[in-house]
Design a protein around this ligand. Structure first.
Ligand code: F3S
Length: 81
């Protein structure tokens, strides 16, 4: 299984990932992307039928901000100003 999250520190809000994989990625009010399936925690399995969309989004991100792992990520949710 695959898991994904966006590195929101490096995302430049280019808008590519949500166009490529609209069932996985959306944008916050600043246009910064996040994984809508698990609120960008990287802990929920990406449904198998979305694998190709995920890989296309990964390949298309100009800043390599999309991370794909094969283990759930237990990540601190840091919301600094
Ligand atoms: Fe950001 Fe990359 Fe998506 S720059 S908007 S994560 S394609």
């Amino acid at each position: 299984s695959l898991y994904t999250y966006v590195n929101q520190d490096t995302c430049i809000a280019c808008g590519a990932c949500g166009a490529t994989a609209p069932d996985i990625f959306d944008y916050d009010e600043m246009g910064v992307a996040f994984n809508v399936i698990d609120d960008n925690k990287g802990v929920a399995k990406i449904p198998h039928h979305l694998t190709e969309d995920l890989e296309d989004a990964f390949d298309g991100c100009p800043t390599e901000s999309i991370n794909i792992t094969n283990q759930p990520l237990y990540k601190m949710a840091l919301k600094d100003d």
